[in-house]
Design a protein around this ligand. Structure first.
Ligand code: NAG
Ligand code: NAG
Ligand code: NAG
Length: 413
């Protein structure tokens, strides 16, 4: 009773403080069962036929493997028992997995494989959330995989070496007092990456306070840069951007000049110019783009269009997390500066009418062109959390935080 009054009070205050757009996250939009910019039935679910472990995938990244592009995913079937971002914190023991999906392979039957975690310490928790792969220019060298691991005591960053045909060899674990709530990772070299921290106060400390931080949209999140020493085990952590409400997805643009950060509770994506200032790296906020949902993960395609997935109705997602219902709506957008084109998207959408236009929730951006890529009320695909675009092969993916399998869309007819 008191708990409910407390939450309602917080919501009221938050709505008052933030205005109408933020209230949107608490109103369920009348989304269609399914809509995609790529056309009707362009998007199909991918399941693993041989097990029920390929579900609740939070993140997915396109991996430029030696022979062909593949998708690497972080999935955690135990998410409803252990979720340090949304709760609950019940049982951290059952491990999550990394998967590799060879979607370009002719051998469709064996396209989906759980990655073997070679040398990973026995008894260590594994709850991968944000993952990232750095692929070296020389394809004979292994790629480096980074994974934010929501272990029971704290969140660590696990580093693996990735070799074809798909083994993840454990290299090391990074732990640091600055790693309060690592969520997403974006790497620019095998020894340098950026990591978002979503909350200043986590659920490990207090459920109620963490919820307060979320609901009030308090600017408790930030982004750190992590530099690993060239030799030895040392590493440094440097704060590069702060004051971001629920900092979630992070991505560095293909030309390395821009950092994008999704702010979940304020429903926006912030863009920072990466500038050198007296040999020190600085992030200068250049623009922010409102999105009609609680922004989750983000990813650039090869040409610099950013894709954002998120949750248009937060209470539905919270209910799914608490195992009270099964589905929550999905919405994915593309965002590009007016100055570039998006070769991976259809240029005209005259023939398809977006059933629930995003302008019903957010004003048009002055700086960026924003388009809906996918929408669902949750019945076709639920709880969209990550987009991934392979424009070279014309394939687009969406993962669902509490969904079975993933969604794969053919971007060309
Ligand atoms: C979620 O609910 C289903 C039945 O609705 C139940 O079988 C399952 O064990 C529950 N999961 C958790 C983690 O409580
Ligand atoms: C995180 O937890 C691990 C395992 O309990 C511990 O070894 C490590 O020191 C902790 N890190 C920090 C920064 O407290
Ligand atoms: C998109 O990116 C690819 C790969 O980097 C490049 O070959 C292509 O020319 C780019 N297209 C446009 C329109 O920028």
């Amino acid at each position: 009773m008191y708990k409910r009054a407390f939450v309602v009070g917080l919501l009221a205050f938050w709505g008052w403080r933030n205005g109408r757009t933020s209230w949107n996250l608490f109103v369920n939009p009348s989304l269609p069962a399914s809509y995609s910019i790529f056309g009707e039935s362009a998007c199909q679910r991918v399941y693993d036929e041989s097990s029920d472990r390929f579900q609740f995938c939070e993140d997915a990244v396109v991996w430029d493997a030696k022979d062909e592009r593949r998708l690497v995913l972080s999935c955690d079937p135990g998410r409803k028992s252990w979720n340090t971002v949304m709760g609950p914190l019940r049982d951290p023991a059952p491990r999550g997995d990394l998967w590799v999906y060879s979607y370009n392979s002719k051998d469709k039957k064996n396209a989906l494989k759980r990655l073997e975690l070679e040398d990973y310490p026995a008894g260590r928790d594994f709850h991968p959330l944000g993952i990232e792969i750095f692929t070296p220019a020389s394809l004979n060298e292994p790629s480096t995989l980074f994974a934010a691991n929501h272990a029971r005591a704290n969140t660590t960053i696990e580093i693996f070496e990735l070799t074809t045909p798909g083994r993840a060899r454990y290299l090391r674990t990074l732990t640091h007092t600055a790693f309060v709530s690592p969520n997403a990772i974006s790497a620019v070299s095998p020894t340098k990456f950026y990591v978002s921290n979503d909350h200043y106060i986590t659920r490990r400390v207090s459920n109620q306070l963490a919820l307060t931080e979320s609901v009030l949209g308090l600017p408790g999140g930030w982004v750190d840069r992590v530099d690993l020493a060239q030799d030895g085990d040392g590493f440094s952590v440097t704060r590069v951007a702060s004051g971001i409400p629920f900092a979630n997805g992070v991505a560095i643009s293909p030309n390395g000049k821009e950092l994008a950060v999704a702010s979940t509770t304020s429903g926006e994506v912030r863009f920072y110019d990466i500038v050198d200032h007296d040999a020190k790296e600085e992030m200068k906020l250049s623009s922010s783009v409102r999105v009609p949902f609680a922004a989750d993960n983000i990813a650039y395609d090869d040409n610099g269009t950013l894709f954002v997935a998120g949750h248009p109705h937060f209470p539905s997602l919270a209910k799914v997390a608490a195992n009270q219902t099964r589905t929550a709506p999905s919405w994915v957008l593309s965002i590009r500066p007016h100055s570039i084109t998006s070769p991976s998207l259809p240029s005209s959408i005259d023939d398809v009418v977006e059933p629930y236009p995003l302008t019903r929730r957010t004003p048009a951006s002055a700086t960026h062109a924003v388009r809906t890529v996918y929408q669902s009320d949750g019945s076709h695909f639920s709880s969209s959390s990550t987009p991934a675009m392979d424009s070279k092969n014309g394939v687009f993916f969406i993962t669902g935080l509490y969904e079975e399998g993933i969604l794969q869309c053919a971007t060309r007819k």
